[in-house]
Design a protein around this ligand. Structure first.
Ligand code: KG4
Length: 329
């Protein structure tokens, strides 16, 4: 069978990324131009600045991905672009570039949901992984438990009712003066702490989450007692977050009778949370390579491949959808 090359393009937040993937699972190139150093001056992503930087970088990043893969633009079979969810101006840069390329090269365009991309990061890391499985999506903008029925068929079993888990990490870190992005800082500091501080958990009957209560509790504790041991606070925060996530995963296993658990999204890079998931009994747990946890285009190219081979091609009227939801197809 002929090899299929997918070019992935990602620009939904503060990473301009392009990647070439062979047959959905093999990375030939993976270029990520991150704007973290620019946005950390402001304590978070500034949408307009993100869009401007994407515009400056997109063309070179895509060319580099092609060069590093040792192929020509003409060798690509499909162009996979993130079209949501994300910052609208940022999304439009990658999507417009992808549409122009699709038109110029006369190659199919495949619109990819960014969340599907995070799930697909696991197909690259674990060559044997196949649906169905339960995915715990934990990123900066989303927290969901998803029943992945097939490569392009998803059912959301539960979602956060307020903050995304990554958002809680970032806000807590900001209040503690740890800098941006907060997740990796809490991860680092938490390693030398002990989980001795009791923090609140919100329970729902279904598989929904809430992270605003724990976020506010940590912020209040820090305000009332600025000398609090920050390492202990970080570790206690991570421990409670891991418990909240794992409690819902156990419910999802019960509901679906599926015990393949897949982690996805930026927070799945957290070392404490990874270790806790590995202790889960009677379940097989998969997690992405650390470099594929946060935003990249290899995961978009992989998700694009599975859409492409199932005939889910987009046309040039495809628009950016900042609030795009994961749905059954
Ligand atoms: O998935 P992602 O790169 O972007 C979205 O698609 O939203 O996730 C970014 C989030 C940020 O909130 C960041 O603080 C968090 O992932 N993150 C972490 C770690 N690395 C990144 N959170 C906890 N521990 C980490 N090691």
């Amino acid at each position: 069978m002929k090899d299929i090359y997918t070019l992935g393009i990602e620009s939904s937040c503060d990473e301009t990324a392009a990647s070439v993937i062979k047959n959905g699972r093999a990375i030939l190139s993976n270029v990520v131009n991150t704007q973290i150093d620019i946005h950390k001056l402001y304590g978070g992503v500034v949408p307009e600045i993100a869009s401007r930087n994407h515009i400056q970088n997109i063309s070179e990043v895509a060319k580099m991905a092609i060069r590093n893969a040792n192929i020509q633009f003409e060798d690509i079979d499909a162009i996979a672009c993130t079209y949501g969810p994300g910052l609208v101006g940022a999304l439009l840069v990658g999507l417009s570039y992808g549409k122009a390329l699709s038109f110029a090269l006369n190659k199919p365009l495949v619109g990819v949901n960014h969340i599907e991309g995070h799930i697909a990061a696991n197909y690259i890391t674990h060559q044997d992984l196949q649906p169905p499985f339960i995915c715990v999506m934990m990123s900066g903008g989303n927290t969901q438990i998803i029943h992945v029925k097939d490569y392009t068929d998803f059912e959301v079993l539960g979602r956060t009712r307020d903050d995304a888990v990554g958002e809680a990490f970032d806000k807590v870190a900001r209040i503690m003066g740890l800098g941006y992005p907060g997740g990796p800082k809490i991860d680092e500091l938490g390693k030398s702490g002990e989980a001795v501080i009791e923090l609140p958990k919100t329970h729902f009957e279904n598989l929904d989450f809430s992270f605003s209560g724990i976020k506010t509790a940590v912020i209040n504790l820090h305000h009332k007692n600025p000398d609090i041991d920050k390492a202990n606070l970080c570790k206690s925060f991570e421990k409670t977050i891991a418990e909240i996530l794992i409690e819902n995963v156990k419910k999802a296993i019960e509901v679906t009778q599926i015990n393949s658990i897949v982690l996805a999204g930026g927070v799945s890079a957290n070392s404490y949370i990874r270790d806790e998931f590995l202790k889960l009994k009677n379940a097989k747990v998969y997690m992405p390579d650390l470099k594929l946890c946060t935003d990249n285009a290899a995961m978009i190219a992989s998700a694009g491949y599975y859409n492409y081979i199932s005939g889910k091609i987009s046309d040039l009227t495809l628009n950016a959808e900042p609030d795009l939801k994961l749905s059954r197809k």
